[in-house]
Structures are given as structure tokens and as C-alpha cells.
Design a protein around this ligand. Structure first.
Ligand code: THU
Length: 160
């Protein structure tokens, strides 16, 4: 038997002003995007801003439905929209924020498992790492790649 640890690097910023300027701007846009969320069931509003390699910024927010699996997280709303509009342009960064009743949360928001899997495939598809910036009013965390959010991930190509 062998046992080993898998380490990931997580950056932590005490506040927004510690972030590089372009990431501050992206995070700000994700905060604004929480206002476009449709979340009457959870009352949890999530906003995402995606930076594409061509400099374009795409926003998204969670869109719920009374038949709950029919709704979608903010990350996938933004990512699928970006891919549909710009099918040949890689995503290079994604910022995510959350709020309740219009007040930004003080704990960073972490993408769910399904979004991690979807975003991982996007990294593989374009061969580009996606930086993820997870915001809150208290502190901000960031990873350099979706792989850091999804160790031991499934990749069909590994079995070919
Ligand atoms: N949600 C997101 O949009 N992104 C996340 O990273 C976590 C959760 C949404 C799904 C649902 O609409 C609400 O937040 C509560 O789970």
C-alpha cells in the first residue's frame, strides 16, 4: 500500500486591491453579475465574469427553475455562452462572486463539482489553463487551473 498527498496551490488575497488590476476588474464584473441572477428558490445569487483570450469579458449568473435540475449555475451559464459566441477562443480567467439579498457574502464562493468538470473539459479543449478567482468581501482565493479544483479528475483520453 502506498499513500500520498496531492497538493494544490491556492493564492489568498486579503482584499481586492491586492489583486492584479485586470483581475480586480474581472471580480468587480462578477459582483455586478450577481444582480442578474434568477434565484427565487435558493435566494443565493451567483455572478461570474469570464475573460477570453481575445480580451472580451462575458458575464453570467445562476438561473434557477421550479423543476430544479433544469436550472444552471452561473459558471456554466457564462462558459456555455462564451463558447457559443466565441467557439474558437480560449477562456483564460473566471471570477465568481455571490450575494444574498443584494449583500455580497463574506465567504468565497467555490464552483460546484459539475461546473469543475465542465470547466476542466474547456481547459483540455483549448489547451489553456483557466485561472479561477473566488471572491468574497472578506478575502479572495485563486487557483491557476481548474485541475487544482479537481484532483484525480476524469479524462476519457487517459483510457485511449
Ligand atoms: N450556484 C452557482 O451558480 N455557482 C456555484 O458555484 C455554486 C452554486 C448556484 C446554484 C443554485 O442556483 C444556487 O447557487 C444555490 O445552490
Amino acid at each position: 500500500m502506498k499513500e500520498y498527498e496531492i497538493r494544490v496551490k491556492v493564492k489568498e488575497y486579503a482584499n481586492k486591491s491586492e489583486l492584479p488590476a485586470d483581475e480586480q476588474q474581472l471580480l468587480q464584473k462578477s459582483e455586478e453579475a450577481t444582480r442578474t441572477s434568477y434565484a427565487p428558490y435558493s435566494n443565493f445569487n451567483v455572478g461570474v465574469a469570464i475573460l477570453l483570450e481575445n480580451g472580451e469579458i462575458i458575464r453570467g449568473s445562476n438561473q434557477e427553475n421550479s423543476a430544479s435540475p433544469s436550472g444552471l449555475c452561473a459558471e456554466r451559464v457564462a462558459m456555455f455562452y462564451a463558447n457559443a459566441q466565441y467557439p474558437n477562443v480560449a477562456i483564460i480567467a473566471l471570477a465568481v462572486s455571490s450575494s444574498i439579498n443584494g449583500i455580497l457574502n463574506s465567504k468565497p464562493i467555490y464552483p460546484c463539482g459539475s461546473c469543475r468538470q465542465s470547466l476542466l473539459e474547456n481547459e483540455q479543449r483549448f489547451g489553456k489553463s483557466i485561472k479561477v478567482i473566488m471572491g468574497s468581501t472578506d478575502h479572495i482565493q485563486a487557483v491557476n487551473s481548474i485541475k487544482d479544483l479537481l484532483p484525480l479528475s476524469f479524462d476519457l483520453d487517459d483510457y485511449k
